[in-house]
Design a protein around this ligand. Structure first.
Ligand code: 5GP
Ligand code: ZN
Length: 114
């Protein structure tokens, strides 16, 4: 845990959030400012900032984030499709420095993203 990290504090339940999935590797919670009817953030429990900081030991959890996202998308009946996104670095819009996978669904998405 990084004592200065918002998402580590959410994992430790020091900051309240709507946690919807937890296991020993991963936790997921509702985004506070949803950009779609479903907007969930999925994080590794291990603190690292972005894919740029990931190491080979993080390979499994990065894959697991996607499989948990697919599980939650099925639970939410996102039958028309959903989007999974990592923003890596400020230039891509990353604002919280703990890797997180956005799961967005429940509306039509455009491509390319903004
Ligand atoms: P980023 O911009 O880093 O890709 O995504 C960060 C996300 O975290 C944003 O979608 C933002 O709404 C969400 N967020 C920021 N602070 C909080 C918070 O305190 N609680 C929750 N649940 N989400 C947050
Ligand atoms: Zn953290």
């Amino acid at each position: 845990m990084n004592a200065d990290c918002l998402f580590c504090k959410i994992a430790a339940k020091q900051i309240p959030s709507k946690i919807i999935y937890e296991d020993p590797d991963v936790f997921a919670f509702e985004d506070i400012s949803p950009q779609a009817p479903t907007h969930i953030l999925l994080c590794p429990r291990k603190h690292f900032v972005s894919l740029d900081d990931a190491t080979p030991e993080d390979q499994a959890v990065i894959g697991k984030l996607h499989l948990v996202a697919a599980h939650l998308a099925r639970e939410r009946n996102l039958l028309a499709g959903y989007r999974t996104v990592f923003n890596n670095g400020a230039g891509a819009g990353q604002s919280v420095s703990h890797l997180h996978l956005h799961l967005l669904g429940g509306r039509q998405f455009r491509w390319p993203p903004g």
